[in-house]
Design a binder for this molecule. Sequence first.
Ligand code: GUN
Length: 295
Amino acid sequence: MAQILSGLDISAEMRAEMKEEVARLKMSHSLTPGLAVVLVGDDPASTSYIKGKRKACESIGLHSVEHNLDTTQPESDLLSLIQNLNEDPALHGILVQLPLPDGFNEQRALNLISPDKDVDGLHPINLGKLVRGEPGFLPCTPHGVQQLLKRSGFEVEGKHVVIVGRSTLVGRPLANILSQKSEAANATVTICHTGTRDLAFHTRQADILIVVAGRPNTVTADMVAENAVVIDIGVNRISDPSKKAGYRLVGDVDFDAVSQKASAITPVPGGVGPMTITMLLYNTIWSAKKANGLA
Ligand code: GUN
């Protein structure tokens, strides 16, 4: 049976460190890092993610504000909100929850967020810095995966990392982060996607297999090498009448079978998800420090 990589435990450790840092910033510099979260519409998954982000902010003493827009509002309302948040000195981070509903242009919204408050790391300036290996905000899920591996003691240097999924939010930034010539990186990275021929051939080569495909059972046990480390980023709602909510969450990997073969695996929930929020908190604190000459 594989070792279970608990993002919950590692997040708790990191959040405890951050809580102390926030208390120090308040005490010594009268500085409270602040995050604004913007949700357009009422998609249940997005609503639930946002609730988790707000609770996490509260738990470590960050200031957080939430803005909910209706899908019937014009896009110009979203754009002027972002401009106001850019100018608010009490806010050091702005996150526009994705995906935006039809009729809203994601790139236009993301491009308008000040790169200095782009704690999601999705502005072209920050993605460009990432590709160039310059310091900047790293997207939270990829950064969380790197921290999860590092803090669980898995060296990625020289390893073959295979990523299934090429999204701008996760797959491509993750490939950039892990292939850089730097600490907790320097891996050989292969990106697979829906156009990949013989996906199983590639996944079986992986020392570390990272799956972010958005589909349950994308990776089955026959697709995994003996003793691989498997990171499952998928979050899928599966109908389950035995649950109060009527559904349960599963990842993109056949957990029961793959955990018999892998040396380590992340669960869903409780794996990468909490790490994403933890890195959002990290970026917000870093942003507040940078804005005040403390980083
Ligand atoms: N939707 C799912 N994950 C994310 C994320 O990390 N950031 C944003 N903005 N939207 C998301």
